[in-house]
Design a protein around this ligand. Structure first.
Ligand code: SF4
Length: 185
């Protein structure tokens, strides 16, 4: 069962525009210097399913939805029994035509190890990800939407919309983001 630390409404700090932020419990990355150690415990917090009515109501009054933690993709690597719950959430958000941003400590290469069918279900619904562990020595408070300079902003290529194949790539849009060259969804 997925659990949440909290919901934040009208969040302007995590992604473009005004967003509903959903903070997940559970992270096994354990980055030194992590500012959210209270989110590491997968079993801490409120069950996601108890918050679905709130999420449905709040996402309609925001431009998009951001998933943070903890690590929203923790279940994919550690609790496969909960992946279906995550996919249902992503599909429900997209059904309301809201953009989805996800912050994960996993790297692009680690995400590529996810089995094809699960990969496509997840990343076919996500618009942008901020990926990579937080590295204290590379901490930079001037960076947009990321804490250390090794972290990247990527978006799944349109190819991932094809459910049959896993010939997708993550497009690195970090520089475009920093240069203000992106039209955000
Ligand atoms: S991935 Fe994020 S929440 Fe997890 S340990 Fe690293 S900084 Fe903390």
């Amino acid at each position: 069962m997925l659990r949440l630390k909290e919901l934040i409404n009208y969040d302007t700090n995590n992604g473009p525009g005004m967003r509903l932020s959903i903070w997940f419990s559970g992270c096994t990355n354990h980055c030194p210097g992590c500012w959210a150690k209270d989110t590491w415990d997968y079993y801490h917090g409120v069950p996601l399913r108890d918050k679905i009515p709130d999420i449905n109501a709040l996402m309609d009054v925001n431009d998009g939805v951001s998933l943070l933690g903890g690590d929203p993709l923790c279940c994919v690597f550690n609790h496969p029994e909960d992946v279906g719950e995550l996919v249902r959430l992503l599909e429900d958000i997209k059904a309301r035509d809201k953009s989805i941003w996800v912050w994960t400590g996993y790297t692009v290469n680690e995400l590529y190890t996810i089995p094809t069918s699960i990969f496509n279900q997840i990343f076919g619904n996500i618009d942008y990800l901020v990926v990579g562990r937080f590295i204290q020595e590379k901490r930079d408070l001037t960076l947009k939407w990321r804490g250390s300079s090794n972290q990247r902003i990527v978006r799944p290529s349109p190819v991932t919309k094809d459910k049959a194949f896993r010939n997708h790539i993550f497009l690195d849009v970090t520089d475009k983001c920093d240069n203000g060259e992106l039209d955000w969804e």
